[in-house]
Design a protein around this ligand. Structure first.
Ligand code: R5P
Length: 291
């Protein structure tokens, strides 16, 4: 197997290749003046299994086109198997037509992966109504999780934690992590009115006096979910408020806003940033080990 890092997978690709003792190569990616992409695979892929590492953040749509150009080229050049390892995979949240005429993006983008990849490995995808990744993709799909790593981080760094999930769906991360470390947990209720307007409320009282509240969620994007949750936790007397997420998208100045609100933020490195302190490369390597 050869591990090929796409433009947004370089922070993990080399480490993954090293731990698997496999050859590593970086996809050569360029952009024409009109913004079209140009990609080149710089190694021989004939009769080889090729694992492309691509995390889909920042220029999400370019990341998708790049991965498809790379996969198609690998197939044309005779690769035996074409694999996508996606530390962060996008477009998973729009899984139904919320309003008449809307595209069901999840299905369409997953369909592109089905067409060009033989296998896909996704770290903590945000799945709503259908949680089984094998029902989202038709190609072989494996869901990976950073829960174990997040639990390990809390055990090591945060004393007397109470784990808080900011919305119903966060139980997959928050409650799971709380169970792993044997900590108390609460799952709050959230209503989202728009990208920047969310309301979070507590459904059952909890005493946080002199305790460390740790919000655990999969994604931080605008940061509004965490900011609203933190307001409630402060009122309940939390000594410190920590927040740990898998995918730190941090659009615009959201990380700065969270810090200004006194929240200690940590994420995994599915998306690189200054707070990406939890390394997921081992989880990805282990999933690829049998290939
Ligand atoms: C959605 O339900 C996710 O789990 C996150 O809570 C959400 O994506 C966070 O978004 P934002 O940071 O924009 O509030």
């Amino acid at each position: 197997m050869i591990v090929v890092s796409c433009s947004h997978g370089r922070h993990l690709g080399r480490k993954i290749a090293e731990s698997l003792h496999k050859k590593h190569s970086s996809l050569v990616v360029g952009k024409f003046p009109d913004s079209e992409l140009k990609v080149r695979i710089g190694c021989d892929v004939k009769n080889k299994d090729v694992a492309f590492i691509q995390s889909f953040y920042k220029d999400v749509n370019d990341c998708i086109v790049e991965a498809i150009l790379a996969a198609h080229t690998a197939i044309e050049l005779g690769a035996k198997k074409v694999i996508l390892a996606a530390p962060y995979f996008p477009y998973m949240r729009q899984d139904k037509r919320f309003r008449k005429g809307e595209a069901i993006s999840q299905r369409i983008i997953a369909g592109l992966v089905d067409k060009y990849f033989d296998e896909v490995y996704v770290m903590d995808p945000h799945l709503h109504r259908e949680d089984r990744i094998e029902h989202i993709f038709k190609t072989k799909a494996v869901k990976l999780t950073a829960n174990n790593l997040i639990a390990g981080y809390i055990r090591k760094h945060i004393k007397n934690p109470v784990i808080i999930g900011p919305d119903v769906e966060s139980y997959k991360w928050a409650r799971n992590v709380a169970e792993m470390i044997g900590a108390e947990s609460r799952i709050l209720r959230k209503k989202r009115y728009s990208s920047y307007r969310v309301e979070v409320r507590l459904n059952k009282k909890i005493n946080l006096k002199n305790r460390n509240a740790v919000i655990v969620d999969d994604i931080i994007s605008t940061g509004q979910t965490i900011l609203e949750t933190a307001k409630i936790l402060r009122k309940l007397g939390a000594k410190k408020i920590h927040c740990i997420c898998v995918h730190g998208i941090f659009v615009n100045d959201s990380l700065a806003k969270l810090r200004k609100a006194g929240i200690k933020v940590v994420s995994t490195n599915t998306i690189p940033s200054e707070v990406a302190k939890i390394d997921v490369s081992g989880v990805i390597s282990r999933s690829l080990v049998t290939i």
